[in-house]
Design a protein around this ligand. Structure first.
Ligand SMILES: Nc1ncnc2c1ncn2[C@@H]1O[C@H](COP(=O)(O)OP(=O)(O)O)[C@@H](O)[C@H]1O
Ligand SMILES: [Mg+2]
Length: 441
């Protein structure tokens, strides 16, 4: 801000000085030039007139004073320029001998020459002109100078300042842009670092999962059998015992699910694709999900049955993950709609999905090849906008008992089967996951 004030002060001072010089130069120049011109012409005039009169004086050295008519006639002759003048002939005593008077506005400029007869001064001629026109012209020049001075001041002050301020604004803008870029780069770096940490975490987790998963599967299996055995041999057990046995069974199931999720994530096998009817795929997946009574389930498939070319076990797991998530998003009930339909494939670029991170096979869909879209729509809590980009990251979960591998596994499986997954959600209104798979048959 200080720099800005200094620039304004310096520019104003320079512009002011130049403007003052211009303002003063105009009338001063006009006055000096015109004055010199006026005195020059007055001197010439006086010289010529003194010579003319001197001739008459020389012709009649004693009586010239009495030739008044002739003298006045000579004095009345005007130069061709026509400047207003008063001309007067005076004798040695200063008495007027003859004159040609024109009314002149003071102040006056006067020029005097001696009249000589045989080298002796016998009188003098005096010529006066008014300085008024010169002063009036100088006044006009001063006004003009003031106008030009003001223009110069405004131009010199405003234009450079405007340029300086514009440059300053441009600099600020560039600075802001730079800051934004730095921020963006920093964010990208932080993201890249996060991803790296995440990968390392996953790699470590993978090793632990692979090692421990298998080890834990066996004891969990044994425990599960034991509970099943206890439940079947104790039909008359107290309600509390039954309840606790059920809790143990559920927790063993949960642990087994977590372990198989972990193992699945790290060991996704190459899909064994086959042509699978879509309604059968959906039906079998739903049969293996437990959907509470407060959730209204609706499935919509086309009347003409159609099929997909996928690994049915892997796709069944995907659908179960999506349905489980939908059920978990509606703890107080709601409605769940599963819809399958055929869609015409177009290039992703045409669908405006340039940013999707898709398998090469699906990102270059042949125009007009058919695909099958299976959507799982719930009326649950929805997903916060800031979480939308994290959903498919391994270990991302918002649930107290979730492990955040369901969607990550699902995406891996879908992409391995030549499809893709998209999500749309509105916080508080519900979520729709759409899986697009290659058509079969
Ligand atoms: N249908 C859904 N409605 C609302 N949130 C969902 C839905 N599906 C997934 N999510 C969000 O995505 C997160 C990750 O899901 P997922 O990978 O299946 O892991 P988990 O179910 O173990 O949390 C969930 O914790 C939840 O926040
Ligand atoms: Mg889940």
């Amino acid at each position: 801000m200080n720099d800005r004030n200094r620039v304004i002060r310096i520019t104003t001072a320079i512009a002011g000085a130049v403007a003052v010089v211009v303002t003063l130069l105009m009338p001063l120049g006009y006055f000096l030039i015109s004055y010199r011109h006026m005195t020059g012409s007055l001197e010439t005039e006086a010289e010529i007139n003194s010579r003319i009169i001197s001739e008459l004086v020389n012709a009649n050295p004693d009586m010239w004073r009495y030739e008044q008519v002739r003298l006045e006639e000579l004095l009345a002759r005007r130069p061709s320029g026509g400047a207003q003048e008063t001309r007067r002939l005076l004798d040695l005593d200063g008495k007027t001998v003859a004159e040609s008077v024109t009314p002149l506005t003071p102040p006056l400029l006067r020029e005097t020459r001696d009249l000589k007869a045989a080298g002796v001064t016998v009188g003098r001629i005096e010529i006066s002109r008014s300085l008024f026109p010169l002063l009036a012209g100088t006044g006009a020049a001063a006004l003009l100078g003031l106008g030009i001075g003001l223009t110069v001041f405004v131009t010199l002050r405003v234009l450079p300042l405007r340029a300086v301020f514009r440059a300053e604004e441009e600099l600020c803008r560039l600075n802001e842009e730079l800051e934004l870029k730095v921020e963006e780069r920093t964010r990208q770096l932080a993201e890249a670092q996060d991803e790296l940490v995440q990968r390392e975490k996953l790699a470590l987790l993978g090793m632990i999962a692979a090692g421990m998963g298998n080890e834990l599967r066996n004891p969990l299996g044994v425990m599960s059998n034991a509970v099943y055995f206890l439940q079947s041999v104790q039909p008359d057990a107290t309600e509390t015992v039954k309840e606790y046995l059920e809790i143990i069974r559920e927790e063993i199931d949960n642990s087994q699910r977590i372990i198989s999720d972990l193992l699945d994530y790290y060991r996704i096998t190459t899909p064994r694709t086959a042509v699978v009817p879509v309604d059968a795929l959906i039906g079998e997946s739903l049969a293996r999900c437990s959907i509470p009574e407060n959730i209204r389930l609706r499935t919509e498939t086309a009347e003409m049955p159609f099929a997909v070319r996928v690994d049915s076990i892997q796709m069944g797991q995907v659908l179960r993950n999506l349905v489980t998530n939908a059920v978990q998003a509606m703890p107080d009930g709601g409605s769940l709609r599963i819809r399958a339909r055929k869609v015409q494939g177009t290039r992703n670029e045409e669908r405006g999905n340039k940013d999707l991170n898709l398998e090469p096979r699906t990102s270059n869909l042949e125009p007009c090849a058919d695909f099958v879209e299976i959507s799982v729509k719930d009326t649950g809590e929805g997903i916060a906008p800031e979480n939308m980009t994290k959903l498919f990251q391994p270990l991302f979960t918002t649930k107290s008992r979730g492990i955040g591998l369901g969607l990550a596994i699902s995406r891996k499986l879908i992409e391995a089967n030549g499809g893709r997954i998209e999500v749309k959600s509105c916080l508080g209104d519900g979520t729709t996951f759409t899986v697009t798979l290659p058509v079969g048959g």
